[in-house]
Design a protein around this ligand. Structure first.
Ligand SMILES: NC(=O)c1ccc[n+]([C@@H]2O[C@H](COP(=O)([O-])OP(=O)(O)OC[C@H]3O[C@@H](n4cnc5c(N)ncnc54)[C@H](OP(=O)(O)O)[C@@H]3O)[C@@H](O)[C@H]2O)c1
Length: 286
């Protein structure tokens, strides 16, 4: 009797194992499927409209492409090089549109925001990425250079935020651009005016987030470390680039995509409880 029950059960063992495995797989795939959908919802920017200043080159270009890949419609702003803006728009397709404007000038900022809203019907995300980085030590900083840096790097983001926020509703996002040099002890003296301007940006994100909380708009800054773009690479010999890479514990310079992907996250639903922060994206440099 025991023998025959045992032999019956043992004959069924492979079928029992197969069935258990199938149930296990089913449970896993249901669970995994749900997580995947959740992740897609958190990352998706479908239905959103983003304005990326300096969106035609460097980090801004990577952001334009990345936000579009997440489903956003993107206004690619530029100031002088129409062909780079056109090639960015061409790569994205009909969900992108280029607008020329100097975002260091308030009347051009006003018209840029109005044209963006007119073209895509609304505005949800502002990425104030355009910036310049002239380098001079204290004794050589001129008034005109100081004004040029502060017009584009500080006045621009403030008035862009003011004009853009007027069109945004709950869930809006403003992402400003600082630099890791605000925190890195390896900063050299010729970065004085540039780092001053970026220090102002970190305070802008902190204080503006309190103001725009009433509208449900989240305001943050990102602070990249040295990143391989024209702004950073231009005029630096290989030996200097190697030395700067050596300041980083990862022993390399960052890539624009590594900044764009964090900006994509901050633009989406997953970042709905993050505001007033500066996110340093630098491989641990500071
Ligand atoms: N790269 C880095 O290592 C690094 C590190 C920390 C922070 N950042 C910050 O990241 C941001 C982007 O830097 P990036 O390296 O990507 O710069 P980039 O390669 O020099 O690109 C600059 C972009 O800004 C546009 N632009 C310049 N002046 C403008 C103006 N007045 N109005 C509108 N657009 C203007 C340019 O368009 P046109 O060519 O048509 O003028 C271009 O699309 C900046 O705010 C920078 O300070 C960069």
């Amino acid at each position: 009797m025991y023998v025959s029950v045992f032999s019956l059960v043992s004959q069924e063992i492979p079928a029992i194992i197969t069935l258990s495995y199938r149930i296990f797989q089913e449970v896993l795939s249901t669970q995994f499927g749900k997580d995947e959908n959740l992740n897609l919802t958190i990352m998706s920017l479908t239905g959103k409209v983003a304005l990326v200043t300096g969106g035609s080159k460097g980090i801004g270009r990577s952001i334009s492409l990345h936000l579009a890949s997440l489903g956003a419609k993107v206004v690619v702003n530029y100031s002088s090089d129409a062909s780079s803006a056109e090639s960015t728009v061409k790569e994205i397709g009909p969900s992108a549109f280029a607008i020329k404007a100097d975002v260091g000038n308030v009347s051009e900022i006003t018209s840029l925001v109005e044209k963006s809203v007119k073209h895509f019907g609304k505005l949800d995300i502002l990425i104030a990425c355009a910036g310049i980085m002239p380098l001079n030590e204290l004794e050589n900083v001129s008034e005109s250079e100081f004004d040029r840096i502060f017009n584009l790097n500080v006045k621009g983001p403030l008035f862009l935020s003011q004009k853009a926020a007027a069109h945004m509703t709950t869930g809006g996002r403003i992402i400003l651009f600082s630099t890791t040099l605000c925190a890195a002890s390896t900063v050299t003296p010729n970065y004085l005016a540039y780092v001053l301007s970026k220090g102002a940006i970190e305070q802008m994100a902190r204080v503006m987030s309190k103001d725009l909380a009433r509208k449900g708009i989240m305001v943050n800054a990102v602070a990249p470390g040295p990143t391989a773009t024209d702004l950073f690479m231009k005029g630096k010999p290989d030996s200097v680039l190697k030395m700067i890479a050596g300041f980083n514990p990862q022993n390399r310079i960052g890539k624009p995509d590594e900044i764009a992907e964090v900006v994509g996250f901050l633009s989406g639903e997953g970042a709905r409880w993050i505001t007033g922060q500066t996110v340093r994206i630098n491989g641990g440099m500071a």
